[in-house]
Design a protein around this ligand. Structure first.
Ligand SMILES: [Fe+2]
Length: 180
């Protein structure tokens, strides 16, 4: 039987209960790739008929992680940002997302400014998932109709997160619904 959303959620719960750290999350990343290789799942939740916008597919009442479908109509280039004290896994469903991972070059003594340098750049293509651990900084760049499924450690709208202005180095607090 194809690997479906229910099985993915059951496995994610088991992984995080066994190890809420990087190893448990890595198991979720691998399982998200399995889920995205299920054509029926992709068609149902990320296909042409899927409702546009951001949809919460699941929120765990106990462990608080979320599974989100990002059904994008328009392309977007995000600023570098973190996911606060949470982690996030991005799994590509259709088209692609260009990912950039950033490192801080400054000594973090100024809470309002940062200097970033590129650590890694790569393209996520359908069926591939990338993981961004707590505090990691990344930016995303995707074309019209690119769609992805994201798993986050908690509801990111409820925690403090920051984004970085590359030109000025200014660190800004993110507000809810700034999405990715
Ligand atoms: Fe992100």
């Amino acid at each position: 039987m194809a690997y479906d959303l229910d099985q993915f959620i059951t496995d994610a719960r088991a992984s995080l209960k066994r190890d809420p750290g990087p190893q448990g999350r890595e198991e979720i990343r691998v399982n998200l790739e399995r889920l995205l290789s299920n054509k029926d799942f992709v068609e149902k939740y990320c296909g042409d008929k899927a409702e546009r916008g951001l949809k919460v597919l699941y929120e765990d009442p106990e462990l608080k992680f979320q599974v989100l479908a990002h059904i994008n109509e328009k392309g977007r280039v995000s600023p570098p940002h973190d996911h606060g004290k949470s982690w996030a896994i991005y799994g590509q469903a259709t088209l692609y997302t260009d990912m950039t991972e950033w490192e801080r070059e400054d000594d973090r003594s100024d809470p309002k400014h940062a200097k970033l340098k590129v650590a890694k750049k790569y393209r996520l293509t359908p069926g591939h998932a990338g993981i961004y651990q707590d505090g990691a900084i990344h930016s995303i760049d995707y074309p019209d109709k690119s769609r992805f499924v994201r798993v986050t450690g908690t509801n990111l709208d409820k925690i403090d997160r920051v984004r970085f202005d590359l030109k000025t180095g200014v660190i800004e607090q993110m507000t809810p619904q700034m999405a990715t």
